[in-house]
Design a protein around this ligand. Structure first.
Ligand SMILES: Nc1nc2c(c(=O)[nH]1)N[C@H]1C(S)=C(S)[C@@H](COP(=O)(O)O)O[C@H]1N2
Ligand SMILES: [Mo]
Length: 301
């Protein structure tokens, strides 16, 4: 059942995955020939990024509210009701309120961003997101001068989310960013994948994507965004502060206490997968390293 706000996405709206891939290659070729680009992302993705097929992206997920197995979200997330949907934006903002998702989308500039997603569990894939910058939404609501952090919260629906029965995390799933990270032009609120509405297992209708951080920072199905002065509570940091830092920038030199972060398993690459070397800031260092100038990244992991 298509959602009414789908019409606000004009370009890849009804493009089948294969045609989309072909067109991307054509576009890349056109750009290479100096023929100009067609509404490409504001920031180039690391070289040579080929998106994973939709099957990988929608069948190998972490969404613990639906279970901790990689296929649990694909199996159970269809039960999540995503309309109507509203996002409470509160705290230190000029225009707090309950914003209807349709209204957020009607005012958004939807872009395509092909980003690598690097899970803290040392696997990765490449996802072609559609979405808009978090900065554009924060600008719209007006961030007040005392705000230093942004806190996010996922919906909690015990009747739709079987994983909530288990105290794996202190629900609701919560995440946070420093304000400058939140305002960075790479930081996206995703509403789609491959030009279609975001599948529920990927965090419909609205989820955060911060490509230089471990995947768990990318909180799904957001219902609340709060601007505040203090560093927010985050569910994974609360569960195990030694293993999951507040920053959680992708860093091949800082190992997880239980495994190396130097390499990652590429999902879908051949029968047994393949490995690649993990890049500092997941390959986005040129854009984001400045945010952490002077910080000890071993300590502030
Ligand atoms: N609410 C919520 N958001 C979440 C998670 C979760 O369990 N619950 N898992 C995180 C983790 S660990 C990862 S790696 C990414 C996975 O996103 P994907 O399934 O769209 O690839 O979502 C993140 N966002
Ligand atoms: Mo993850």
């Amino acid at each position: 059942m298509p959602r009414i706000w789908k019409s606000t996405f004009k370009d890849h709206d009804v493009t089948p995955e294969q045609a989309y891939l072909n067109r991307r290659q054509i576009m890349a070729g056109a750009a290479g020939l100096g023929l100009g680009s067609i509404a490409g992302p504001a920031f180039a993705a690391p070289e040579g990024l080929e998106p994973n097929p939709l099957e990988d992206i929608t069948n190998y997920n972490n969404y613990y509210e639906f279970g901790t197995g990689k296929t649990d979200p694909a199996e159970h997330a269809h039960a999540l009701t995503t309309e109507p949907w509203s996002v409470k934006i509160d705290g230190m903002v000029d225009r707090p309120g309950d914003y209807q998702f349709e209204d957020i989308l009607a005012n958004a500039q939807i872009e395509e961003r092909i980003y690598r997603l690097r899970c803290v569990e040392a696997w990765s894939m490449v996802i072609p997101w559609n979405g808009f910058t978090l900065a554009s939404l924060l600008d719209r609501v007006g961030v007040q001068s005392g705000a230093r952090f942004v806190a996010f919260e996922t919906v909690t629906r015990p009747e739709e989310m079987p994983g909530l029965r288990y105290p794996v995390l202190d629900w609701p799933y919560r995440e946070g960013l420093r304000l400058d990270e939140a305002m960075h032009p790479l930081t996206l609120l995703a509403t789609g994948i491959y030009g279609k509405d975001l599948p529920n297992q990927n965090g419909a209708p609205l989820r955060l994507v911060v490509p230089w951080k471990y995947g768990f920072k990318g909180i799904k199905s957001i219902v609340r965004i709060t601007l505040q002065e203090e560093m927010p509570f985050t569910s994974w940091n609360d569960a195990n502060p030694r293993e999951y830092g507040f920053y959680s920038n992708v860093n091949p030199q800082v190992d997880h206490p239980r495994w190396s972060q130097a390499t990652e398993r590429v999902i879908g690459a051949g029968l047994f997968g393949s490995r690649r070397e993990t890049e500092m800031f997941n390959g986005y260092g040129e854009e984001v390293a400045d945010l952490y100038a002077g910080m000890d990244l071993q300590k502030n992991f």
